[in-house]
Design a protein around this ligand. Structure first.
Ligand code: NI
Length: 198
């Protein structure tokens, strides 16, 4: 008796289509520039270059240019940080309004001392932040940054970190202003920042 099954199949089909539409809708909504967009950023407590606690409130009154990565990253992080430093050089007087921050997703290896030495190679203005694994996890979640350890050998330090390469401009009140393209060159990045910084 196949006939009674047909409506059920149709209903099942509709349910699948509805689920797909909802899924697509959620994705569009998540990435869309709508008032209901979920917030990016928030309160954090991390460790600064001297190992002392640093919170988001320490940067109030300045824009924060936030990038997540790790110091042994082979290419994407150093390239992005280098463009970021050079973008700030091109920004002129507005650069004083912007605090560049590099937050590690590899707190086990990226101690405050390691971060300090690494960021100095790009710009004296770049501040490196690390923390406990829990602190790093919390800030990454707030900024919607994905990261995962990827073993490359048997040794305890033989691993790399997969991570999303996102660059955020946050306002003087700590609120999200705009995402920036992390793969832009310095001139384009400077123009992008200038648009948003008053
Ligand atoms: Ni990286």
């Amino acid at each position: 008796m196949p006939k009674p099954h047909l409506p059920r199949l149709a209903i099942a089909g509709l349910a699948v289509v509805a689920a797909l539409l909802v899924g697509a809708g959620v994705l569009l909504w998540d990435g869309g520039d709508t008032p209901s967009q979920p917030s990016i950023g928030g309160a954090f407590t991390l460790a600064g270059p001297d190992g002392k606690p640093v919170t988001d409130r320490d940067f109030r009154g300045r824009y924060m240019l936030v990038y997540f990565g790790y110091t042994t990253c082979p290419d994407v992080c150093p390239t992005t940080l280098s463009e970021m430093a050079s973008a700030l050089d091109k920004l002129g007087p507005k650069a004083a309004r912007v605090q560049p921050l590099f937050i590690t997703v590899d707190p086990a290896r990226d101690t405050p001392a390691v971060m300090r030495q690494y960021t100095a190679a790009f710009s004296p203005r770049l501040e490196g932040l690390t923390g406990t694994p829990e602190q790093v996890k919390a800030v990454a979640q707030e900024y919607r940054v994905y990261y995962a350890r990827h073993d490359t050998g048997p040794g305890p330090n033989e691993y790399s970190m997969d991570h999303s390469s996102v660059l955020y401009l946050m306002g003087p009140d700590g609120a999200f202003v705009a995402p920036l393209r992390a793969d832009e060159d310095a001139a384009a990045m400077a123009a992008d920042i200038a648009k948003h910084v008053s």
